[in-house]
Design a protein around this ligand. Sequence first.
Ligand SMILES: Cc1ncc(COP(=O)(O)O)c(C=O)c1O
Length: 445
Amino acid sequence: MTISEHSGIATAQIHAGYEPQAPFRTVAVPLYQSAAYEFPDYESARRMFALKETGFTYSRTGNPTVAVLERRVAALEGGVAALATATGQSAVAVALLALVRGGQHLVASSRLYGGTVDLLTDTFADFGIEVTFADPDDVGAWAAAVRPETRAFFTETIGNPLGHLHDLPALAGLARGVGVPLVVDNTLATPVLCRPLELGADIVVHSATKFLGGHGTSLAGVVVDGGRFDFSAYPDKWPQLTRPKQRYGGDTLWERHGHGAYLALARSKYLHDLGPSLSPFNAAQILQGLETLDIRVARHAENTRDVVRFLAAHPAVAAVHHPSVPGHPQAQLAARDFPRGTGSVLSFDLAADPADVGAFIDRLTLFKLVANVGDTRSLVAHPAAMTHCRLSPQQRADAGIRDTTIRLSIGLESAADLIADLNQALAPQHSAVPDPSAHLQKASR
Ligand SMILES: Cc1ncc(COP(=O)(O)O)c(C=O)c1O
């Protein structure tokens, strides 16, 4: 099943990619917890290993439960196919490694999740892959960063941790013009709030650990291919897709799979060789969570609206970073591309000395101090000391992260209880603020 309209998401999140099969016709997706599969005969095994015949050979490269998750997320994003991975981190890594190799180059947003920055600046540097970080609000800076060896643009839809929105149509237009795919991490938006492929992106990645699962029990990642980028138009740029390879019996992946070639490479080489495969159990957990995705995202949004309103009016808060804050510079972009809201991960700056951050966090009781987002529970983190601690001070400044910036992931509890918790934790801070009138202007920079 594929969906083409946003209104179909509620149906796709429950049904896409699975039809009950005889003899039992289980209405819930069965959990096929098996490492391997018995081949019907020797010839089938030979052809499947030669990738001449499709089918499951070994769960490192595919599993029937995992495959339902892949089809379901592909449908939710409006893509042609998907590849599930063990984590969001490996989804980002595999998605990019299939496009860019040592000696080549990426342009990436300067406002990314810290773990992705670690991957791009450290591990990719070890592989000889260079990355230029560019301000997502300055498309000219992206154009200036492009080199002959650039092989992809990478960005997030809604940046972690400041909720910064990315103008995907503008970045996609530039990417098309310079002949590289735009890869978008849609973790914080989910396909309920934004479908990047409809805004011009070519490939979407997710940490399904977050809102897609929603329960915080299981790590998972997904790469979705929009199937539109024509790698054959640039055969010299992507020889891994457009030239004969010994690994594929002298065939080219593009000739064999056409627009499915990109994911075929990601699965048959990177998932196969590096092994960041999703366990069937975790796939079943994420599928269970997905069934309520749109309802949860709507409730997250309601709670976020109330928390943002409370924080924006609080004298112990210097700035709230969320596009819903009145006067926010990205209000127009939010209205254009995010009509259902801009997500429930937000940050705010305490009007306090950085030394007071720890005491504020420790006073919170309902908000859990956790290195995660997108859970039913409300979570708090201190990006400068936690998720973004390995960035240089300059990288953090470029991303708008201060030492007093606190990240919240707003959960599904009663908004009044969340506000009460924040209120009691901010109270001592409030009395310590020397001149509350200096902090009345809360619109994010
Ligand atoms: C936007 C984003 N992308 C990717 C990841 C990595 O996902 P995982 O933790 O599932 O490896 C995270 C984790 O926080 C994230 O927030």
